[in-house]
Design a protein around this ligand. Structure first.
Ligand SMILES: Nc1nc2c(c(=O)[nH]1)N[C@H]1C(S)=C(S)[C@@H](COP(=O)(O)OP(=O)(O)OC[C@H]3O[C@@H](n4cnc5c(N)ncnc54)[C@H](O)[C@@H]3O)O[C@H]1N2
Ligand code: MOO
Length: 426
């Protein structure tokens, strides 16, 4: 058996960041920049007003206050988007809208609230400080400034600054397309009713969902019977267009473990027993001319999802260029359990909060790799050393989250609220 670290290192040594492509900015969200983006304009592009109000020269309003207001003529309106130049005439003001260019010569804005708000002549009641409510050209970024560094994942804020700079196309690492294939004579797809001895294919939809939640493209392109010829043909077909292929099932020791039989000796494929539970039988290698990473996961649903978390997620991060670390947090064990000797255990646990406000955890269902109801109840995986024999109540364990933390926090907060209500009523 090899360790989890050895298998992961083997995978990460072989996968490479994907190719660079130029994409319209509005299709690049979630992808990683392959170029530094520098600013070709000042941001803001011109001095403009931060308030609806009146553009003034502060020095002309010295000493003004509510007891000594000053009446001034209004030269007209300047709306956001106004392109024609406007100039300040001493002793007068322009009425100006938020985002509109400040007229030449004016240096401050008096907000509507500090005036009597009239359009033709206006009573100013408060003296502005010089520069008040003027958004200066270049105060955010100047021509030549680095806006977003290569290697950054493009989120909404990056899109905003790149768009503001007028850049419509960016070079990014190409989107990663994952093909998921389920194998097993016993499987029937969603929408079909299993006959005797058959079960619903849950790994296909589960892994597509895992890939998508991690931020990549995935399609479930079929469930294959345990026939070596058709498995080979199907995998070969997807080597033309997939960036990653994931299969499940057919990799342990059974007489019908066709995936392993077909792929053994192909490309750089290696089949290993990894010292982990669940997830022991693993296969990985690069196949075909395009050297497509192929993961052959064990068929047990819990094993397949844990394999995704432990091996595929980091590989997808490397291929896509993304920074992606699992959220791992400490929790105190409420109720202990036994662990398999010699294999690191990824134990499904559900989180709660103890009286001190720390996270606590307890097993979610049993340890069997087929227990999907327990899997759905789990918030995370407690990572237990290979040499441990049992986990005792009161111990602290590290939990690799399977759900977004905000979702878990929201549930715990709702639980605390309902507990408090029950206590009030009781
Ligand atoms: N003699 C041994 N038998 C097994 C060993 C072993 O070391 N010696 N290892 C066990 C472990 S651990 C695992 S994990 C499984 C892995 O088996 P395979 O990858 O070959 O998977 P299958 O045999 O095809 O299926 C296992 C299990 O999962 C169910 N399954 C498969 N695909 C799906 C799917 N798409 N959706 C839902 N459920 C699926 C399948 O029906 C089986 O029950 O091997 C153990 N055996
Ligand atoms: O290693 Mo298997 O994945 O325990 O069920």
């Amino acid at each position: 058996m090899i360790t989890v670290e050895e298998h992961l290192a083997r995978i990460l040594d072989q996968v490479e960041p994907g190719e660079e492509v130029a994409l319209p900015l509005d299709e690049a969200g979630g992808l990683v920049l392959a170029q530094d983006v520098t600013c070709g304009v000042d941001l803001p592009r011109f001095d403009n007003s931060a308030m609806d109000g009146y553009a003034v020269v502060a020095a002309e309003l010295e000493g003004v206050d509510p007891e000594h207001p000053k009446l001034l003529p209004v030269q007209g309106d300047i709306a956001a988007g106004a392109g024609e130049p406007h100039t300040h005439t001493p002793g007068s003001v322009w009425r100006i809208m938020t985002g509109a260019p400040v007229p030449e010569g004016a240096d401050s804005i008096v907000p509507l609230e500090d005036t009597d708000e009239r359009p033709h002549e206006v009573l100013i009641k408060v003296a502005p400080r010089e520069g008040a409510h003027v958004r200066r050209a270049g105060e955010d970024a100047r021509v030549g400034d680095l806006l977003v560094r290569a290697g950054t994942t493009i989120g909404p804020a990056e899109v905003a600054v790149i768009a503001s700079a007028g850049i419509s196309t960016v070079r990014v690492l190409a989107p990663v397309r994952v093909v998921v294939l389920s194998t097993g004579d016993e499987l029937v797809p969603l929408g079909s009713t299993p006959g005797p001895g058959q079960i619903q294919d849950s790994n296909g939809p589960m892994l597509v969902s895992a890939v998508r939640r991690a931020g990549y493209y995935a399609s479930h392109l079929g469930h294959l019977v345990d026939d070596e010829k058709s498995i080979k043909a199907e995998i070969t077909h997807h080597l033309d267009h997939a960036d990653v292929i994931i299969t499940t099932g057919g990799v342990s020791k059974g007489a019908y473990d066709a995936v392993k039989a077909v792929l053994t000796g192909e490309g750089s494929m290696e089949f290993s027993e990894v010292a982990m539970q669940p997830g022991k039988p693993q296969g990985f290698g690069l196949l075909g001319k395009r050297k497509v990473p192929v993961f052959t996961l064990p068929g047990n649903p819990v094993s397949a999802l844990i394999s995704f978390e432990v091996f595929i997620r980091p590989a997808l991060a490397k291929i896509s260029g993304r920074l992606d670390q699992p959220v791992v947090l400490p929790a105190l064990v409420v109720e202990g359990w036994r662990t398999p000797e010699g294999r690191r255990q990824y134990a499904r646990v559900r989180l709660s909060r103890d009286l001190t406000g720390e996270y606590a955890c307890e097993p979610a269902g049993g340890p069997g790799s087929h227990l999907v109801a327990g899997l759905a109840a789990a918030d995370g995986l407690a990572i237990i050393d290979a040499d441990a024999e049992e986990v005792q109540a009161g111990e602290e364990v590290q939990v690799h989250l399977l759900r977004p933390l905000p979702e878990i926090e929201a549930r715990l907060a709702a639980q605390e609220e309902s507990d408090a209500e029950d206590e009030d009523q009781g």
